[in-house]
Structure formats: structure tokens, C-alpha cells
Design a protein around this ligand. Structure first.
Ligand SMILES: [Zn+2]
Length: 582
């Protein structure tokens, strides 16, 4: 017998052989057992997870000559054999992708009338049913409305939203799920054992990870690996063939994030990029890993829930010990945000590096809950928090924090303006401020300007962060951006953002300016301002100079307080109000 592809050789023959879709096979078996058969079924789900296999088994189960309809078709009678070989006259398989015109469906409609040749049913399997043309759909609908009792329809689709609702409503719908990694590994183990191939457990795990829930993909990958490596498969082979990153490396990256070890993160990222690994893929895997950590943190028996070997679960548990829910959630959010941007990033490596650094910070910053717990603990210890220096001064300072949802609407320009201070009144400069002074002022205020403007339009932060003040000449301000990121600058074209930038600059610089963008190659050109001038300039919101006595200044000082900043950072929040400051 010639070579047979693994996916084909291991295609399930019975409901009991189907991997990972018990919720579907169980329901179908019950229906057969109780004689409650519907006339049309729709199987929905991504490719390679068993839709067609289940449809064929169902067809065999209905038509089997040994006791059909039966939950366990015999696989020996002529009906079972013909269906398995794809040449049964009573089971008509149609590929929606290649037979999508009206004529063919009309033909189908005409044959529906004729009684089955062999058994009690005539079954139409239509794969990729969403590919049928509108005319074909309508022709099909007529038949679906009043099918003869011997006719059954089984549809399969990867894109249910493209199937006419009137068709879906006439079907019993089953949503097949992606198959969990653990179950794919089990099946692969079974296959290599039976084919006498030696494979490291980590190698099979890597294949399963790469298949993203599709058993057929996993089996095809295994086929490819056997062809590539002969009869011994190592994890390294799998990683090399599919550009995946080893589990051990991912574990080290996660350690790096949880411990805030930026040096390790940069080194590993560099190595992976040099080795040509798929960084987008890595990001997806990291998201999955952090999800596993969260599961570990909240589930009684994580080994069972995650379907992972005990050894890996103990690694996860060790890592969870270094973190908590709030921090892990922040990291997952950041990684997910980056996943979208990764697709369009010019330099994936740079993006990944920045994201990992941000994650490392988010994973190590103390959350407000933790601070509150500590304060509570101090109180209970009889420590004098209430008698601390702030209270002793008799001034009550309250800061309202409003947590900001990740996808929240951008704050309005108006509010940013309201929060932005008026230009410092006590600037020790004459009316004719020189360009250098202006430059110094712009440099001093720039971080604050960026922060405010980036709140005006979601997604503008990355672009704004890359801008640097290059030149001031009279009323003209030149901002530079790295040519490497020129696509990213598109976002700055938004009118709302531009007018926001102008208005905020006017507040900080105390004059109307014309802004021009200019690209530069390589590192940002440094613009030196003599120290004497730089020191004479005070940007209200950027330094110790802010602690002046006017009420505005003292509000700003609170905003700039390092503790307040730490809390804002921890919560991804913003100051909504400051009370108790006159
Ligand atoms: Zn049979």
C-alpha cells in the first residue's frame, strides 16, 4: 500500500474517535438514539477541526445497513464503505467553493425528489456553504423549506456570518471549537507511537501550539516533520521548521517581564530577531502564556484546566508567585494592544522591545490595592498614618483617580486645555524672547505637551513620543520625526489633533506658533540650549520650579508629585480633580 497522509490515515471513523468536539458528537448520538432527527444541520468552525469528518460519520450513521440510524456505524457494510470512499449514490458531497452557481443547485433540487438508492436517506453534504451565490442560496432555500422526509442536509462553513439568516434559521447549528493543545498532543502521541516515530514531548507540544487548535494542521505538520527529520523528532526541529520560539525561551521572557529585568528582555528579543523567529507569533504565544498564568492564579486545579504536563504547571505556579491579578491583567492588555500594531509595524523588533519594556514596568509597579493593603496593615499595627506629616499640616489633600478603560473614548480637547496651565506668568524674560529661550521653554514643556496632546486622539501617543523639538524661529516651530516611522506620523494629520497641538503649544509658549514637521534619518539631532538659558526657563509642569506659591502652581505641583505619578502609572489613570487646594 502506498503512502497515506497522516491526516487522512487518522481521519476519525466513529463519533468516539473525534477529538475535542464531544459537545457535538454527544448531541448527534442522542438525536440518533431518540429518533429526533432534524432535516438540516449546520457545522460552524475554523478549518481543520473536524466539520467534514463529523458530517461523514453522521451520514454513515444514518445510512448504515447494520442497524442505521445507529450511533456506531459498522464500517463494513456496502453503504459505510461507499460513503467512506466517497462514491455513495445516496450521499452527495458538494463543495460550495467550486459549485456555487444556480444551475447546480437547481439540479440538486431536481434530484432531491428521487428516493435513495440503497438506504432510507439521501444526504447532501455542502461544504463551505457560505460560498454559494445569492441565486444558489435562494434555490436551496426552496428545497430547505419543504424537503421530502428522506432528505437530510448537512452544511459546513468557516464563515457563518456570510450564510443567509433564512438558511441558518432552518438548520440545527453546531459550533465546533478549536481543539485544546493537550488533546492535540494526546492524538499526536498516539500517532507517533503507532507509526514508531520517536518524538520529544516538547516537540509534539510545539507542533500542537503551532496548529492553533486545528488537528488537521497539526497532523500535516507532523507529516512534514517526519519527512524532514526521519524517525526522530526533537523540539529544535519543530522550532526550526516553523519559526517558533522554544518554550524555555518564552519562560525566560516571562521571568524577565515579571522581574522587570529589561536587560534580559532586550537580549532575548535581539537573539530571536537575529535567528529570524516569527515575532508576531511570539507575541500571540506570550498572550496565551499570561492567560495561563491568570488561570493558574484563580483555578483550583490548573493542570486539569490547562491540560498541560505537571512540570509546566509547576513553572507557571512559580511565576504566579511573583505577581498578582492586577499586574498580569495589565500585561495582557498591553500585549494585546501591541498585537494589532505589530501587523503594520515597520520594525517588529523595536515594537516588541518597547512593548516588553512597558510590560516589565507594568508587572513590577505597585498597584493601588497593594498600597491600600499596606496602609491598612500599618493602621492595624497602630502605625501613625493618620498622624503623618500631611495631616499634621492640617491640610487635607485629596486626589480623585478615575480609572480609564483601555478602549475608552479620547478625552476631549477642551478638558486637556482646561488642565493645561496658562503660560507661567513669572518668566524672567523680556517681551522679545529670543528663539533660544523659546527653544528652552519648548524643550522643558515638551513631555507635558506630548502627554496632553496624546490624550486627544487614541493611538497618537506612539507618533507623538517620536517627535522632538528641532528648531524655533520666530513664530515657527519645527518638530522632527524619525523617517523610519513616517507611516506612524499619518495620525498627526487629524484636524482635531492638529488644532489641539496648536492650542496646547500656545498655552505653554504663550504665543501662537506655526508647526512644521520634518523627518530626520538616524538618531534624533540634539538641540543644545546654553545651560544659563535653560535654567532661567521654568515650565510650570515639569520640575521643582513648579512648587511656587500661586494656587495654580500648587495644583500643578500636586499633579507632578512623584507619588501621584506612580499611582497614575499603576492605574493607567488620569487626575480628574484635585480638592483641598485653594
Ligand atoms: Zn454500515
Amino acid at each position: 500500500m502506498g503512502y497515506e497522509a497522516l491526516a487522512r490515515k487518522w481521519r476519525p471513523k466513529q463519533f468516539g474517535d473525534v477529538v475535542g468536539q464531544e459537545h457535538v458528537t454527544r448531541t448527534l448520538c442522542n438525536a440518533i438514539r431518540n429518533g429526533r432527527l432534524h432535516h438540516a444541520y449546520l457545522f460552524v468552525g475554523p478549518r481543520g477541526i473536524g466539520k467534514t469528518s463529523i458530517a461523514r460519520i453522521f451520514a454513515k450513521a444514518l445510512c448504515c445497513e447494520n442497524g442505521g440510524p445507529t450511533e456506531t456505524p459498522c464500517d463494513r457494510c456496502s453503504s459505510c464503505l461507499e460513503i467512506a470512499a466517497g462514491n455513495s449514490l445516496d450521499v452527495i458531497e458538494i463543495d460550495g467553493a467550486s459549485n456555487n452557481n444556480v444551475e447546480q443547485v437547481r439540479e440538486l433540487r431536481d434530484t432531491v425528489k428521487f428516493a435513495p438508492v440503497r438506504g432510507a436517506f439521501k444526504i447532501y453534504l455542502i461544504d463551505e456553504v457560505h460560498m454559494l451565490s445569492a441565486g444558489a442560496f435562494n434555490a436551496l432555500l426552496k428545497t430547505l423549506e419543504e424537503p421530502p422526509s428522506h432528505v437530510k442536509f448537512i452544511f459546513a462553513t468557516t464563515e457563518p456570518e456570510k450564510v443567509l439568516p433564512t438558511i441558518i434559521s432552518r438548520c440545527q447549528r453546531f459550533d465546533l471549537r478549536r481543539i485544546p493543545v493537550g488533546q492535540i498532543v494526546d492524538r499526536l502521541t498516539q500517532i507517533v507511537e503507532s507509526d514508531q516515530v520517536r518524538a520529544e514531548p516538547d516537540a509534539l507540544l510545539a507542533v500542537a501550539r503551532g496548529a492553533e487548535g486545528g488537528l488537521r494542521d497539526a497532523e500535516s505538520a507532523l507529516d512534514q516533520l517526519i519527512a524532514f527529520t526521519g524517525n526522530t523528532i526533537t523540539e529544535a526541529d519543530v522550532l526550526a521548521v516553523f519559526g517558533l520560539v522554544s518554550r524555555e525561551t518564552i519562560e525566560r521572557l516571562v521571568d524577565g517581564i515579571l522581574e522587570g529585568d529589561i536587560r534580559v528582555l532586550l537580549r532575548i528579543t535581539g537573539d530571536l530577531d537575529d535567528a529570524g523567529k516569527d515575532l508576531q507569533r511570539l507575541l500571540v504565544e506570550l498572550i496565551g502564556y499570561f492567560r495561563n498564568l491568570l488561570v493558574c492564579l484563580h483555578v483550583e486545579n490548573p493542570g486539569k484546566e490547562l491540560a498541560l504536563p505537571a512540570e509546566q504547571v509547576s513553572v507557571l505556579e512559580g511565576q504566579v508567585g511573583k505577581s498578582n491579578t492586577g499586574r498580569l491583567l495589565r500585561v495582557v492588555t498591553m500585549l494585546s494592544d501591541a498585537e494589532d500594531r505589530m501587523r503594520y509595524a515597520l520594525s517588529r523588533r523595536v515594537l516588541l522591545e518597547t512593548v516588553l519594556i512597558r510590560c516589565a514596568r507594568a508587572a513590577t509597579v505597585v498597584t493601588l490595592e497593594e498600597i491600600l493593603e499596606k496602609i491598612q496593615a500599618l493602621r492595624e499595627d497602630g502605625g501613625g498614618v493618620g498622624r503623618g506629616p500631611v495631616a499634621a499640616r492640617g491640610v487635607r489633600q485629596e486626589v480623585d483617580f478615575r480609572s480609564r478603560a483601555v478602549a475608552s473614548a479620547p478625552s476631549s480637547v477642551a478638558r486637556e486645555l482646561e488642565e493645561a496651565p496658562a503660560a507661567p506668568a513669572a518668566l524672567p524674560l523680556g517681551v522679545a524672547e529670543s528663539d533660544l529661550h523659546m527653544m528652552a521653554r519648548l524643550q522643558a514643556c515638551w513631555p507635558e505637551v506630548v502627554k496632553r496632546v496624546s490624550k486627544i486622539a487614541v493611538g497618537s501617543a506612539a507618533a507623538l513620543m517620536d517627535l522632538v523639538p528641532l528648531e524655533v524661529e520666530g513664530d515657527h516651530v519645527v518638530l522632527g520625526y524619525p523617517l523610519e516611522f513616517r507611516e506612524r506620523m499619518e495620525v498627526l494629520r487629524h484636524t482635531r489633533l492638529q488644532s489641539g497641538l496648536h492650542q496646547i503649544l500656545r498655552r505653554y509658549l504663550d504665543r501662537d506658533v506655526v508647526v512644521r514637521l520634518q523627518g530626520f534619518d538616524g538618531p534624533a539631532p540634539a538641540v543644545e540650549v546654553p545651560a544659563a538659558i535653560a535654567e532661567s526657563v521654568v515650565c510650570e509642569n515639569t520640575g521643582a520650579g513648579a512648587h511656587a506659591s500661586s494656587s495654580r502652581n500648587s495644583r500643578a505641583a500636586w499633579y507632578q508629585d512623584p507619588h501621584v505619578q506612580a499611582v497614575l502609572e499603576a492605574f493607567n489613570g488620569e487626575v480628574a480633580d484635585i480638592r483641598g487646594v485653594s
